[in-house]
Design a binder for this molecule. Structure first.
Ligand SMILES: Nc1ncnc2c1ncn2[C@@H]1O[C@H](COP(=O)(O)OP(=O)(O)OP(=O)(O)O)[C@@H](O)[C@H]1O
Ligand SMILES: [Mg+2]
Length: 125
């Protein structure tokens, strides 16, 4: 599954990923992959991949760092700044948009596939 996280710097994308991983049972740290671009976790029986592509520059890096293989369907990939690698990151099942409000944040969730719609439905129940 591929989940895009869109919003300005500091909008809360990493904060949401952190909360999600902790909720899935991860007990260690969740670092922002600002420089590494990718951090990997195993939690809740899922292979979790957290990308921050803000500093992604070079298309050749995509193949070289094996990022393509991470999207082969085995992993749940959460991607901050997907637009920085437009055309390389596969399409999103789910897109979460973050807006900074005077108090807190507004999130807009869009489900593009049946899998994502199922996730949304289970959130609503
Ligand atoms: N819902 C929220 N309400 C208030 N503060 C928040 C919220 N979410 C995140 N923050 C705070 O905003 C700061 C930046 O959040 P975070 O690192 O999650 O942003 P980001 O969207 O991942 O930014 P970047 O694009 O730089 O990676 C952190 O100090 C965090 O504690
Ligand atoms: Mg972040």
């Amino acid at each position: 599954m591929v989940i895009y996280l869109r919003g300005d710097l500091g909008a809360g994308k990493t904060a949401l990923v952190r909360a999600l991983f902790l909720a899935l049972g991860h007990t260690g740290r969740v670092k922002s992959p600002t420089f590494t671009l990718l951090e990997q976790y195993e939690a809740g029986g899922l292979h979790l991949r957290h990308f921050d592509l803000y500093r992604f520059r070079d298309e050749s890096e995509w193949e070289a760092s094996g990022f393509r293989d991470e999207f082969d369907g085995r992993n749940v990939c959460l991607v901050e700044w997907p637009e920085k690698a437009r055309g390389l990151v596969p399409q999103a099942d789910m897109e979460i948009g973050f807006e900074i409000l005077p108090a807190g944040r507004k999130l807009t969730v869009r489900a593009n596939t049946a899998t994502a719609r199922e996730c949304l439905r289970s959130l609503q129940n």
